[in-house]
Every structure is written in C-alpha cells, then in structure tokens.
Ligand binder design. Structure first.
Ligand code: MG
Length: 151
C-alpha cells in the first residue's frame, strides 16, 4: 500500500502517467507516484527483500525528486537476482481526483511494458474515497503482485 497527500503545485504522476490537467499532485520527496511506490513495495515484499523506504531513504538527497520508475526498475532487478519474476499485478487506486478511468488503459499499457507482462496480467481499478477522510485530499493505493520462478 501507499498513500500520499494531494497538494497544489505538484505534478500529478500516477502509475508513471502524467495527469497534466489535474490541479493537485502527490506530495513527496520523490515524484510521489503512489502507484509505483505501492508496486515497488509489493514486489520487494513478495521476494523477501527490504522495503522501498529502506532501499531509497527519503533522507537521502539522491532521491530528491526521483523518478519512481527508476526506483521500481531497481527493485525488479533485485527480484530478478533472486531468480524470480513478476507474473501478474492488480491495483486499486483510491482518490477523488484525478479520475483514473479515462486513463486506465494508458496506465495498464505503461505498467505492462515496465513489468514485461501481457496486458491481461495487469489490472487496475480507480475508486473514489466516498467522502471519507475528505478534509485531507490524498491518493491511496493497494497493490497485489504474484511472483514466480524466472525460468
Ligand atoms: Mg510513497
């Protein structure tokens, strides 16, 4: 899982896709892409490796404004070194804005490419927050990944 506050003046990056027309974006030390962070933690956890915060500490100036795609690629490399690969992904993205549905296919395609998976093994759904916790705008992501032997 991952959660970031959504604030004005931040580029809105989710799942490696830029929502240029969204007036708020995820606050964070890196680009704040909560989708890629949740996925990175999921693959690391499933492989019995460390977590995102340990591998890429937010106190390290090297990760200031970091592209979360690079962090995910590094994690996938470490997973490959364990003789594992990702077999499927499922994601739930919860936020009131941006609307995920219109960009769903684009995010899926981007993640399929990143994980080297066919499209039907990459699933995601956008959900609203149903007015819960609406005093602080945020994006919440839940990611489930299935890992298996690389060969
Ligand atoms: Mg994060």
């Amino acid at each position: 899982t991952d959660r970031h506050r959504l604030v004005a003046g931040r580029a809105c990056m989710l799942g490696g896709v830029h929502f240029a027309d969204c007036p708020v974006g995820p606050q964070g030390h890196s680009d704040g892409d909560a989708v890629l962070h949740a996925l990175t933690d999921a693959v690391l956890g499933a492989a019995g490796l460390d977590d995102l915060g340990t591998l890429f500490p937010d106190t390290d100036p090297r990760y200031q404004g970091a592209d979360s795609t690079t962090l995910l690629r590094t994690a996938l490399q470490q997973v490959a070194e364990q003789g594992l690969r990702c077999w499927s992904i499922d994601l739930a993205i919860q936020c009131d804005r941006p609307r995920i549905a219109p960009r769903r296919a684009e995010i899926r395609a981007h993640l399929a490419q990143l994980f080297e998976l066919p499209l039907d093994r990459v699933n995601l759904k956008g959900k609203t927050r149903e007015g819960v916790g609406s005093e602080v705008e945020a994006v919440d992501v839940t990611a489930v990944v299935l890992l298996g032997p690389a060969a």
